[in-house]
Design a protein around this ligand. Structure first.
Ligand code: 13P
Length: 255
């Protein structure tokens, strides 16, 4: 049984004041959410304050990035131990914005994922092809290489601790969501790779879809057999919209 996992990725948005106002409006709206996991991936600068606001709720705190070393001369970086100290349950690694804008490689992503697991923080490992890759029919090669490279350091016995986010780059922030069928095809491919890598444990790994998810399209995506959640950027900045995404099951009845 894979519990749905709905995660907000705020990216570089929200001050402390805006973040606490968001949490105050979100929590009453998701109290009834049962059987789903809710995650807020927020900027480093608001982790501590948001963490305190989430105390006593079922919503998990997450970081958007991490450095693989525990400490040292890495100006501007944040370690897994620092995130654990603030109560982070999850951290995103390998987001396409980090891969593209900050030249992060699969090996660097793999080191981050392994370092998080050492601290009992669950990595959300992002993969996804660019439009150029898709048009050149390289999607499966790219996804296969990212899965293999980014998970290379995950110990077999910790397979159940990771989450994968399939985020096609062409769907991020563009309003151009992958159709449920296109997303499912990629998720099934990733599921197959995970089974190759981890055996039966691969079937238990949750795979989120990300890329222009909103309250209107989340239900259809979540009906797909290998889509186990969503990683939401733009629509997660608004507490009402994100609460509607969390309550995706009820969106089905209004369509
Ligand atoms: P959007 O939902 O804004 O397309 O962003 C998706 C994403 O990158 C989440 O990590």
């Amino acid at each position: 049984m894979r519990h749905p996992i709905l995660a907000a990725n705020w990216k570089m948005h929200k001050t402390v004041g805006e973040a606490t106002a968001f949490v105050a409006r979100l929590l009453p709206r998701v109290e009834e959410a049962r059987g789903v996991e809710i995650v807020l991936a927020v900027p480093f600068t608001v982790l501590e304050r948001v963490g305190r606001s989430l105390e006593g709720s079922a919503v998990h705190l997450a970081a958007q990035n991490v450095h693989p070393e525990e400490q040292g001369a890495f100006t501007g970086e944040i370690s897994p131990g620092m995130l654990a100290d603030l109560g982070c349950r999850y951290a995103i690694v390998g987001h396409s914005e980090r891969r593209v804008l900050f030249a992060e490689t699969d090996d660097f992503v793999a080191r981050k994922a392994a370092a998080l697991l050492e601290r009992d923080i669950l990595p959300i490992v992002c993969v996804g092809e660019s439009l150029e890759d898709r048009e050149a029919k390289r999607t499966w090669d790219v996804l296969g290489a990212q899965i293999q490279g980014s998970l290379a350091r995950v110990p077999d016995e910790l397979a159940g601790e990771i989450v994968i986010a399939y985020e096609p780059v062409w769907a991020i922030g563009t309003g151009r969501t992958a159709t449920p069928e296109i997303a499912q095809e990629a998720h099934a491919f990733i599921r197959d790779r995970l089974a190759n890598r981890f055996g039966a444990a691969g079937a238990q790994i949750r795979i989120q879809y990300g890329g222009s998810v909103n309250p209107e399209n989340v239900y259809a995506l979540m009906q797909q057999p290998d889509i186990d959640g969503a990683l939401v950027g733009g629509a997660s900045l608004d507490p009402e919209a994100f609460a509607r995404i969390v309550a995706f099951e009820s969106q089905g009845s209004v369509q």
